[in-house]
Design a protein around this ligand. Structure first.
Ligand code: GLN
Length: 381
């Protein structure tokens, strides 16, 4: 393993899901739903497979149907216009979009500012590009970004901001005012911004504002999203980038040598998913809002301090009140103690000891599963 990657072992998600399988515990660790996405979308995938659409290499930028559907989605939800031929790129999930963006846009030695805790692929993607990450810590209880610290962190080497809102694992959603301030800094310092918006449709309090919609950001933002979260098909790995032609071309240049293309038949199905009526998106959000409230209540009853998420399908908690100090041993012992798997969020920080007593639970599970998990966790007291 080269020096850029020696600090990276196996991802926490694989480890915790393996632990769940080994112990038969309820898996509230890795974020994936226990109910698959809409039947008509699955049918669309079957039809594409059967009719021979996408069984051979799809076009490099993605099938035209999906690129068109992405632009319709951006117009419908945000009033944003993109050219499907030059401003959309289909990727192997958001993960590849993030990696390809880092590989395409960074020079070795460039600095990338990101708010920690961050999704684990960020650190690895920045490292693979030979760049340096500069973490800015989001602090409990509300995990708001410190915009003065952001201003202070910008140096002549800063090339890019890597933002995630709604934010995994904290559930923090950046406000329009915060995004406007971030945009002003990006313009002032001529920075690129890569925005990970995979939870764009999972906002319970507030609204999702794409940074690319703000003044000065149209030509310096790479917007990333994915079908995994919005449509509950995390295994399909269909994601996309929307950006100006120059940035899409740059990201595509890296992407074409990572996977070239992927998920042919699923691309057609995701095109149909993106065209589902507004009610699908609203019902999905309301369903998860109820689950957020259900699990948050159960965790509070079990003695956890709960940091109520504004978005995503994760809730972060503090275990200090349970007489615990460190989420890592706590999570490793949890399946034995009460048959539940969760994720220690300290693994998403660079700063030593940050988030040490924080533990993340996923609530994208059936209500009866969340109730059972909460019941088991009550046994910790
Ligand atoms: N995004 C999901 C999570 O945060 C898992 C993704 C993964 O397993 N790599 O749990």
């Amino acid at each position: 393993l080269n020096r850029r990657l020696t600090e990276f072992g196996s991802t926490i998600f694989a480890e915790m899901s393996a632990l769940a399988v080994r112990t038969g515990a309820i898996n509230l660790g890795q974020g994936f739903p226990d109910t698959d996405g809409p039947e008509p979308v699955r049918e669309a995938a079957v039809r594409a497979l059967r009719d021979g659409r996408g069984n051979q290499y799809p076009p490099g930028p993605g099938v035209p149907e999906l690129r068109a559907a992405v632009t319709e989605h951006q117009r419908r939800f945000y009033g944003l216009a993109f050219d499907p031929d030059t401003e959309v790129l289909v990727t192997a999930g958001a993960t590849e979009a993030i990696a390809a963006s880092m590989l395409a846009l960074l020079e070795p030695g460039d600095e990338v500012i990101a708010f920690e805790p961050f999704y684990d692929s960020y650190a690895a993607s920045i490292a693979m590009a030979g760049a340096t990450r500069v973490p800015l810590t989001l602090r409990a209880p509300d995990f708001r970004p410190d915009l003065d610290a952001l201003r202070d962190a910008i140096t002549p080497r800063t090339r890019l901001l890597l933002l995630n809102s709604p934010h995994n694992p904290t559930g923090m959603v950046l406000t329009r005012d915060e995004l406007t301030a971030i945009a002003a800094l990006a313009v002032e310092h001529d920075l690129l911004v890569v925005t990970d918006e995979v939870y764009e449709h999972l906002v319970f309090d507030g609204e999702h504002v794409p940074l690319i919609s703000l003044p000065g950001m149209r030509d310096r933002t790479v917007s990333i999203s994915s079908s995994g979260k919005t449509f509950s098909f995390t295994g399909w790995k269909v994601g996309w980038v929307t950006a100006c032609p120059a940035l899409v071309t740059a990201v595509r240049t890296a992407k074409q040598y990572l996977t070239y293309v992927s998920a042919g038949p699923f691309q057609y199905a995701v095109a149909e998913a993106l065209r589902l009526p507004d009610a699908y998106f609203a019902d999905f959000r309301e369903d998860l809002r109820a689950k957020r409230d259900l699990l948050s209540g159960g965790l509070a009853d079990a003695g956890f301090e709960v940091f109520r998420p504004q978005g995503t399908y994760f809730v972060t908690t503090d275990i200090t009140a349970l007489g615990e100090k460190d989420g890592v041993p706590f999570c490793l012992g949890l399946p034995e103690r009460c048959g539940v798997v969760a994720v220690p969020t300290s693994v998403f920080y660079d700063t030593p000891d940050a988030g040490r007593s924080h533990v993340r639970f996923a609530f994208c599970k059936k209500p009866e599963v969340l109730r059972e998990a909460a019941e088991r966790l009550r046994g910790l007291r």
